[in-house]
Design a protein around this ligand. Structure first.
Ligand code: ZN
Ligand code: ZN
Length: 419
């Protein structure tokens, strides 16, 4: 008989399971909801360190050089990422400028710095300073890094520009392309569960009998470090014995908070689609473009594939996300037992696709930065960009507030008191 593995609780449905070793390159999934529980443990962190270090170097290059230049009748204009943010700021689009700055510069920079600090300490066999805090920061900022979406936005902007000027790809364009791949490689080799286990052990927790959720047994599953524990209670609140994060059986008031954010997102979705997202001024007058008219323009100019990409990312995805979250919230409120596996899949899709809706905001950012050619042509971001950014941020927060374990709770016979 082999020693039974440590106890874990599924982060999506709370079912208690035992860890079993998985072959390299494979993924262990929850036996009830199919969520990814963990990957095969990397025996070394060297790969991840190499990816992260290269990504950090490329990140500096990508921000030091222009992404793209525009040559129109001898007038040359090029822009860096921060230059584009600055243009938005000078056009009084403060919230959009802040959103673009945070998602394409600040978050990736924080992520890379923190990961390098962690991995370097681990390579030197030390416990990184401020370990628990750093792991929590990393978990919270991760969903907001959108380098890959920005990259697609730059490509769409380039295609739009090739119709009326010659476009000169800059060094940073290639760097951003490579950075996208390296970020993906670093993220897939960065195993926070493995890193937690390197720094502190999990101890043992005995389970027996029928499969149950952690909450049904009075156990907490930590959302930061994954430890399943009978938490130490001090003054009404429970804290994780390993990372000292605040513990709840379920996220408190998650349904009410998710509804509030979702309703706000529905409201913002209307101006996001009706108001102009881009204002073009030229010698021949000015023109306002909504998202839909931008799609139609792309379609008629022969780029039907890009028209499709923008249509799906900017119109279909936000709408489907709003509807999907509504379905999830209503079904959870009614304690429905209908198709839990399908609803769990829907939740995973919502979490995955949300970020791609930022596409049009990035397209406008790049266009506005490049097309500033005196009286010949100027492009400015329109009010819909603000509304659109708000829809993306609000739905992302709503999806984060939603507790997927609530999908599975009605299937459980007994339920403990809520925290
Ligand atoms: Zn599960
Ligand atoms: Zn913890």
């Amino acid at each position: 008989m082999s020693v039974p593995g440590p106890v874990i609780a599924c982060h999506e449905c709370d079912l208690i399971q035992r860890e079993v070793p998985v072959p390299p390159g494979r993924v262990a999934r929850c036996c009830r909801c199919g969520a990814e529980l963990y990957r095969s443990a990397h025996k070394s962190i060297d790969h991840c360190f190499a990816f992260t270090l290269t990504a950090a170097v490329l990140f500096i290059v990508a921000n030091a050089y222009p992404i793209v230049g525009l040559d129109l009748q001898g007038t040359r204009n090029d822009t860096t990422l921060l230059g584009a943010v600055q243009t938005l700021w000078s056009h009084k689009m403060w919230s959009v400028a802040a959103l673009v700055f945070a998602t394409t510069f600040l978050v990736p920079a924080v992520e890379l710095t923190v990961m390098l600090h962690l991995l370097l300490a681990l390579k030197l066999r030390q416990i990184p300073t401020g370990f628990a805090v750093i792991m929590r920061i990393l978990q919270h900022v991760k969903p907001w890094g959108m380098v890959e979406v920005f990259m697609l936005g730059v490509l769409v902007a380039l295609v739009k520009l090739t119709h009326f000027a010659s476009v000169i790809p800059g060094l940073a364009l290639w760097s951003f392309g490579a950075l996208t791949l390296l970020f993906a490689a670093a993220a897939s080799s960065f195993d926070s569960r493995d890193i937690w286990d390197r720094v502190s052990t999990r101890g043992t927790c005995s389970i027996s009998g029928a499969p149950e959720t952690a909450a049904a047994r009075g156990l907490f599953s930590c959302h930061v470090c994954g430890l399943v524990s009978k938490a130490a209670r001090t003054g009404g609140t429970a804290h994780c014995p390993r990372c000292s994060a605040l513990l709840h059986y379920r996220k408190p008031d998650s349904v009410a908070r998710a509804w509030a954010l979702l309703i706000a997102a529905y409201i913002m979705y209307v101006p996001a689609n009706l108001l102009p997202i881009m204002e073009t001024g030229s010698l021949f007058g000015s023109q306002d473009d909504t998202i839909m008219s931008g799609v139609i323009y792309l379609w008629h100019s022969g780029s039907w594939d890009l028209a499709l990409v923008v249509f799906i990312a900017s119109i279909m995805v936000p709408l489907l996300k709003l509807i999907a979250l509504t379905v999830l919230l209503i079904s959870v409120q009614r304690r429905s037992v209908w198709q839990p596996v399908q609803r769990a899949k829907l939740y995973r899709i919502v979490e995955f696709v949300g970020r791609w809706s930022m596409l049009d905001v990035y397209v406008v950012t790049i266009l506005a930065a490049l097309v500033q050619i005196g009286s010949l042509a100027t492009i400015k971001a329109g009010p819909a960009a603000v509304a659109f950014g708000a829809v993306v941020v609000l739905t992302m927060f709503a999806a984060m507030q939603f507790d997927p374990r609530l999908i599975w709770d009605p299937l459980q016979k007994e339920r403990p008191e809520h925290e």
